[in-house]
Structures are given as C-alpha cells and as structure tokens.
Design a protein around this ligand. Structure first.
Ligand SMILES: C[S@@+](CC[C@H](N)C(=O)[O-])C[C@H]1O[C@@H](n2cnc3c(N)ncnc32)[C@H](O)[C@@H]1O
Length: 241
C-alpha cells in the first residue's frame, strides 16, 4: 500500500505541524502529573528511577544531566531538582524537561539546576549530551517516533541511558507488513533493546542510528492504545526488502 493510492479505509496522514495542533497530542485528560516514584511514578512506568540512574553516574569531577522528553507538568523533574538542591549538587547535576505545552507545575524556590522548555521535539535539539534521557508515555503522541528515538540515542554520553515507553501497535508500515518483529529487529541491529512485554525501549551508550524506515505521516484518529488514552499511529515506508 502506498499512501498516494490509499483505499477508502486508509487513514488520512497528517504532517507534524498539523499533529501538534491536534487535541489528541495535548489535552487535559492526559496524565501529565507523574512523580519520580510510586504508583503514578516514572520508576513504575520505566522500570528504573531516572534520578537514581543520574546519581549513579556522578563521580568526582563529573557533571551529569537528565533530559526528560515530553515532560508534561515537569513534576518528576521538579522533585528531582528539590533533591539536588538539598544534596547541594546543583553545580554538578542538570535536569531539563521539554514539552510542547508549557503548562509546568510551579517550581519551588531556588532550582538553578532545572530547566523546563516549551518546544516541539520534532525540532528541538540540546546543546549537551546526557547521562539519562527518559520519555514517559510521550512517544505515543510523537509523529516520527523512530526519528526521535534515533536522535535521543545520539544525545547520550558514552555511558548514558535512554529509556522510553513505546507501543509497537502505534507504528505502521505502509505495505501492511507486521511491525513488531521488523521494527524490534532493526532497533536491535542498532544496539537498542525493545521489551515487548513491558512495551519499553532502551539504549545504553551513545549511538548514531540509521533505521531503514522513511516517515510518511501520522494518524491522530487511531483511537486508544494500551494506556487507554487515544494515541497517534506513525506510518513508515520500509526501505529494505
Ligand atoms: C501523557 S503526557 C506524559 C507527560 C509526562 N511524561 C508524565 O508522565 O507525567 C504526554 C506529553 O507529551 C507531550 N507532547 C506531545 N507531543 C509533543 C511534541 N511534539 N514535543 C514535545 N512534547 C510533546 C504532551 O504535551 C504531553 O505533556
């Protein structure tokens, strides 16, 4: 199936600029308030507490950074920044959150180690590398999910860790071929790990990735995914036989 000769049942694919205006991509029904740990916590959703991972990378003479993609209200980061201030590590730890919607929870007093950025991750680039990059239930709303995963892997330090929720049901191949095995295998060839049971993707260490998929556009009318919330299907052309 090519998208120029879609059948009537084929979805209307929208480009990223239009996707960002969609009520599916940012809305008040989303869970944007997760904390660092606990039942509504980043550690539960990722299997690791990103702040603990960040601290584990600290060693004498090193400054470390945690980047949270699609950070929502930024609560988890604000919590981490409070710990960093209390531990007097503000000059050695940096936490940065990026979200399309600049509705961040209120920061407390002095949080010089924290930056909350309003931007779209389709065009935002950092000016440093990170020991930890997380994306908690954010990729469900990104158009070019595989592109963002590739960019995030290139933003890691040599020993950095990228962790994200990823639902293969929200990735579609234009020729209708089953995605799960093909995409997971291509991610694996590039050194990433996909945990199909927990629907999470991991990358350990910086990688320059070229996945054999061309992004075609997204369907914001795909309906709910495993989270129960409406998500965005991302369509790709597979560039290998
Ligand atoms: C389900 S919320 C998760 C928020 C946060 N990670 C949490 O768990 O509390 C998904 C977030 O992705 C953000 N988002 C969607 N598309 C984005 C884009 N293109 N760039 C940056 N953020 C985006 C939305 O604004 C929303 O805050």
């Amino acid at each position: 199936m090519s998208h120029s000769d879609n059948s009537a049942a084929s979805p209307r694919l929208v480009p990223d600029e239009m996707l960002e205006q969609s009520g599916i991509v940012a809305n008040c029904r989303m869970n944007r308030e997760r904390t660092l740990s606990g039942t509504n916590g980043y550690d539960t959703e990722l299997g690791y507490n990103p702040f603990d991972l960040l601290l584990s990378k600290l060693c004498p003479g090193r400054t470390v950074g945690w980047l949270d993609l699609c950070c929502g209200s930024g609560r988890a980061l604000i919590e981490a920044a409070n710990h960093i201030q209390m531990m007097q590590l503000a000059d050695r730890c940096e936490v940065i959150g990026v979200d399309l919607v600049g509705m961040f929870a209120r920061e407390t007093a002095d949080q010089s180690c924290l930056k909350l950025v309003t931007a779209s991750l389709t065009s935002w680039y950092p000016n440093r590398q990170f020991e930890v990059i997380s994306c908690v239930h954010g990729l469900h709303y990104i158009g070019d999910k595989l592109g963002l995963i590739s960019r995030a892997a290139s933003w890691l330090t040599e020993d950095g860790v990228f962790l994200s929720n990823l639902s293969m049901e929200n990735i579609k191949l234009s020729d209708g071929r089953p995605v799960k095995k093909i995409v997971a295998a291509e991610l694996r060839k590039c050194g990433l790990v996909y945990d199909a049971t927990r629907k999470r993707v991991f990358c350990h260490g910086r990688r320059q990735i070229e996945l054999p998929f061309r992004y075609l556009g997204s369907d914001d009318q795909a309906g709910p995914n495993y989270t129960g919330q409406p998500a965005v299907d991302s369509y790709y052309e597979l560039l290998i036989a």
